[in-house]
Write a protein that binds this ligand. Sequence first.
Ligand SMILES: O=C(O)c1ccccc1NCC(=O)[C@H](O)[C@H](O)COP(=O)(O)O
Length: 267
Amino acid sequence: MSSDILKTILEAKEQEVERRRSDRPLDELKAIVKDLPPCRDFAGELRTRAAATQDAVIAEVKRASPSAGIIRPDFDPEAIAKSYQAGGATCLSVLTDEGFFGGQSAFLVEARAACRLPVLRKDFIIDPWQVVETRAIGSDALLLIVAALNDDQLAELSELGKELGLAVLVEVHDEEEMERALKVPGDLVGINNRDLHRFVTDLETTLRLAPMVPKDRLVVSESGIHGPEDIKKLQDGGIGAFLIGEAFMRVEEPGEALSSLLGAHQA
Ligand SMILES: O=C(O)c1ccccc1NCC(=O)[C@H](O)[C@H](O)COP(=O)(O)O
């Protein structure tokens, strides 16, 4: 699958990687990685919570997006991370892409330091240098978007991520991408409900694709989840893990929005 926005993001990302690589060579990153403590257990925490209560939430720290523009003008990653942890998040996701999401690697560092939750770096990873950088900034998990990679890249980046101790969330949008994702050994499959051509979200995407996933992999439904009725609909389809950003980011206290979402669907 390809789309204009994804193509635009990926072209910019190639240039960004070249720029950043010359500022921070691979050997420098590898030296940092060598002395790091082990990652927090992103996949394990999600799996445990999903199995126990079917409501594992990866709460996203997201300042802006191509579909919505600026989402949260008063953006404080540290306060957001604390709020999410208090509200019952299982893990965090932090957008680090600058050009299209207003993110920064520093936001991930700040958010992670403010809580004890495992953290996913949400970015457009196309190069092994970025995988090592992801570990070097302290992330616990890596996103690989099947639509952005060919099969060889997907296998190489996923293997490198695992070698470095990162959990790998492989993200798909349709059946063809799902078949490609399942060829790569892994724990986590993200089904993104956002159609990148039209920017609309449809939870049916998760419900349609999830039956393709073997039981030993955990499905995470991503994007377009707003209220308890959405969670209920996905849970009824056997889904127990969710990645949610914009709905929380628009509320002053994102963790309170999360805890009422978790409480409301149990009522
Ligand atoms: O959010 C976008 O507009 C977007 C556009 C192009 C590529 C990716 C995009 N979003 C990344 C995500 O996957 C979401 O941030 C994440 O799933 C949370 O979605 P939401 O709850 O709808 O904010």
